[in-house]
Design a protein around this ligand. Structure first.
Ligand SMILES: CC(C)(COP(=O)(O)OP(=O)(O)OC[C@H]1O[C@@H](n2cnc3c(N)ncnc32)[C@H](O)[C@@H]1OP(=O)(O)O)[C@@H](O)C(=O)NCCC(=O)NCCS
Length: 204
């Protein structure tokens, strides 16, 4: 694991450290810690953020604390800190912007990984999802031995689709809506899978 200590911009006055993963022009991505439940709870409490994930339902704080965060932390152990879910902070403001995913399927091959993102509504429309995704593709293909990156979204999630298209991913399949997402607005249109191979990325 190539972990590096970095002063936490949110923690003036005391010497908190965060576990850095990746820097972009404006964003610092880091691994989550056991103290980050409130960031995840606040993010998932916005119905606009959750619109195409749960139909707007927030994630129960108990589920974040007892299921999601422990699973994120277990992922760092499983993949040596190379893959997982990463918190993104704006480097100038120190504000939590949201998170990005770069991770294999559990038990799946390490050279085929999923890209994903979930940002706070206040941070939408600033190019952050595109910037973070571009940097993650670069890291995946040049440092982590990845051969293929894929992402999936509801067909009607235009923002998410646009991000994947901007970073060079293309639609490779249509997807049925899973049973637990059938009541979400637009679910009748199903989902789409996007992919980009290392070779395609090199030519993009
Ligand atoms: C989808 C999401 C990550 C986009 O983040 P973002 O930082 O606003 O995206 P960017 O600013 O990088 O925008 C990339 C492009 O998508 C466009 N876009 C962003 N949101 C859009 C929307 N809701 N509808 C249409 N286009 C949209 C932008 O205009 C931009 O295109 P442009 O450069 O041609 O103008 C963000 O809206 C989000 O977190 N949504 C909630 C969670 C979610 O749905 N995650 C994806 C689950 S699969």
């Amino acid at each position: 694991m190539a972990a590096k200590a970095m002063a936490c911009p949110n923690c003036e006055g005391h010497d908190a450290f965060v576990d850095a993963y990746l820097d972009t022009e404006r964003l610092a991505l880091r691994r989550f810690t056991a103290d980050d439940a409130d960031l995840l709870i606040e993010l998932d409490s916005d119905p606009a953020v959750m619109r195409y994930l749960t139909g707007g339902e927030p994630t129960a704080p108990k589920d974040v604390r007892e299921r999601d965060l422990p699973s994120i932390l277990a992922g760092y152990k499983r993949w040596g800190g190379d893959f997982g879910l990463f918190a993104a902070q704006d480097k100038d403001r120190g504000a939590f912007v949201g998170w990005f995913i770069l991770r294999p399927e559990q038990g799946g091959s390490l050279d085929e990984v999923e890209l994903g993102y979930r940002l706070r509504q206040a941070e939408w429309g600033k190019g952050y999802a595109t910037e973070g995704s571009r940097a993650l593709l670069s890291k995946a293909f040049t440092e982590l031995g990845v051969r293929l990156v894929w992402g999936a979204t509801m067909s009607v999630n235009e923002g998410s689709r646009k991000v994947m298209e901007k970073v060079g991913m293309t639609v490779t399949d249509t997807l049925d809506t899973p049973p637990d997402m059938q009541t979400i607005e637009g679910s009748e249109h199903g989902g789409v899978r996007y992919e980009i191979s290392k070779e395609q990325w090199g030519q993009h």
